[in-house]
Design a protein around this ligand. Structure first.
Ligand SMILES: NC(=O)C1=CN([C@@H]2O[C@H](COP(=O)(O)OP(=O)(O)OC[C@H]3O[C@@H](n4cnc5c(N)ncnc54)[C@H](O)[C@@H]3O)[C@@H](O)[C@H]2O)C=CC1
Ligand SMILES: O=C(O)C(=O)Cc1c[nH]c2ccccc12
Length: 353
């Protein structure tokens, strides 16, 4: 891989390769942009197949965070970190060593809990750095508010597609029943939605069946269901050349980051099939909104209003896509880049003043 060519194309400011022998640590901190504020993004620990996969994850996720913050009107930039490790080998020493790397960035990067990192782990990291959020959660953690944002995003897509304000009687397929998926199912159930669900962990699927009367299907069956909405809430890359041909749902709206395998190719494939795709980094901004508000002093009403705005932002993005005959993914990117450029401009003005 040509490193500088890749980061130049994707627009990253800085990529840090963190290494240590004792404890044995390999981590990548990707800072995509600090134009609108410090780069924010949670840290993921994962046993990546190889270094390329880890780097690609960090680069794509961090760029997504820049767009996420811009679309949500949060004065933050985008970053993301990945620690290459098996969750079984996670030790306090490893987490503290990682914390020292985060600290070396002096607040250019602010992080917290993502896949395979627990709130306890974040507390361990915080022994070495103050640049973490969610250590002492003031708000119940980001997942419930993320789920609420996804629920609003589903409502926006339904409104745009069918001019319908109501989800009563609709069929929704939810892939992944973790912290976000489970909360999302509860909101949908309360609105009279018929749920179809899958999780690789069958205990979680049974729980949702018992709680909300959901129909459980096998993980690979979730794509081809005859439903109104497909909601990917598991891991990234599930919208790809293998799965898209099976999709029947006219709307895709879910929480997972990096849902599109190859962004341009697969967003175009969805558009060609007449599927309304709700850009992941717009619909799943609730978590970022939550941690940002925790950082500046949590006010529930303010955080709630910012999440509520996801609905109108999505309607605006759907409109841009329709008017300009572009994918919803490109429309969201356009909105984000416009805001980042305006931010750049006001920064220059502020320095000149
Ligand atoms: N928690 C948050 O506030 C935010 C989460 N996200 C994204 O949303 C997604 C879900 O997040 P969480 O619920 O917090 O994670 P989680 O780890 O609690 O849940 C993920 C669930 O997906 C299941 N799963 C994994 N592979 C699957 C497959 N192939 N088919 C079906 N199920 C599968 C897992 O067993 C697990 O139950 C992730 O992609 C995350 O990056 C994005 C923004 C914020
Ligand atoms: O939306 C994402 O992918 C995030 O990383 C959001 C998020 C959750 N916890 C955090 C802690 C610090 C910065 C961002 C986050």
């Amino acid at each position: 891989m040509l490193l500088f060519e890749t980061v130049r194309e994707m627009g990253h400011e800085q990529v840090l390769f963190c290494h240590g022998k004792n404890p044995d640590i390999r981590a990548i901190i990707a800072i995509h942009s600090t134009t609108l504020g410090p780069a924010m993004g949670a840290t993921r620990l994962f046993p990546y197949m190889n270094e390329e996969a880890a780097l690609e994850d960090a680069l794509r996720l961090s760029r997504g965070m820049t767009y996420k913050a811009a679309c949500a009107n949060i004065p933050a930039g985008g970053g993301k970190a990945v620690i290459i490790a098996n969750p079984e080998n996670k030790t306090d020493d490893l987490l503290r060593a990682y914390g020292r790397f985060v600290d070396s960035l002096n607040g250019r990067f602010i992080t917290g809990q993502d896949v395979n990192i627990t709130p306890d782990d974040v507390r361990t990291i915080s022994q070495e750095t103050n640049h973490v959020v969610g250590v002492f959660e003031k708000s119940g953690g980001p997942a419930p508010i993320t789920a609420w944002g996804v629920f609003l995003g589903i409502k926006a897509a339904v409104k745009f597609r069918w001019q319908n304000e109501n989800l009563q009687g609709m069929k929704v397929a939810v892939q992944g029943l973790g912290n976000v998926g489970k909360n999302l199912c509860r909101h949908l159930h309360e609105q009279g939605v018929k749920l179809y669900v899958s999780d690789v962990n069958s205990t979680k699927a049974k729980e949702i069946k018992n709680l909300f009367g959901a129909t459980v299907v096998e993980p690979e069956e979730i794509y081809s269901l005859d439903v109104d909405i497909f909601s990917p809430c598991a891991l990234g890359g599930t919208l790809n050349s293998h799965t898209i041909p099976f999709l029947q749902a006219p709307i895709i709206a879910g929480a997972a980051n990096n849902q599109l395998g190859i962004e341009q190719l697969h967003s175009q494939m969805l558009t060609k099939k007449g599927i309304l795709y709700t850009p992941d980094y717009v619909i799943n901004a609730g978590g970022l909104i939550n941690v940002y508000n925790e950082m500046i002093g949590y006010e529930e009403e303010k955080a709630f209003q910012q999440v509520q705005n996801i609905y109108d932002t999505l309607l605006a993005i759907f409109d841009i896509a329709k008017q300009q005959e572009i994918t919803t993914n490109d429309a969201a990117k356009q909105l984000a880049e416009e805001r980042i450029n305006n931010g750049k401009y006001s920064k220059v003005k502020a320095i000149a003043a």
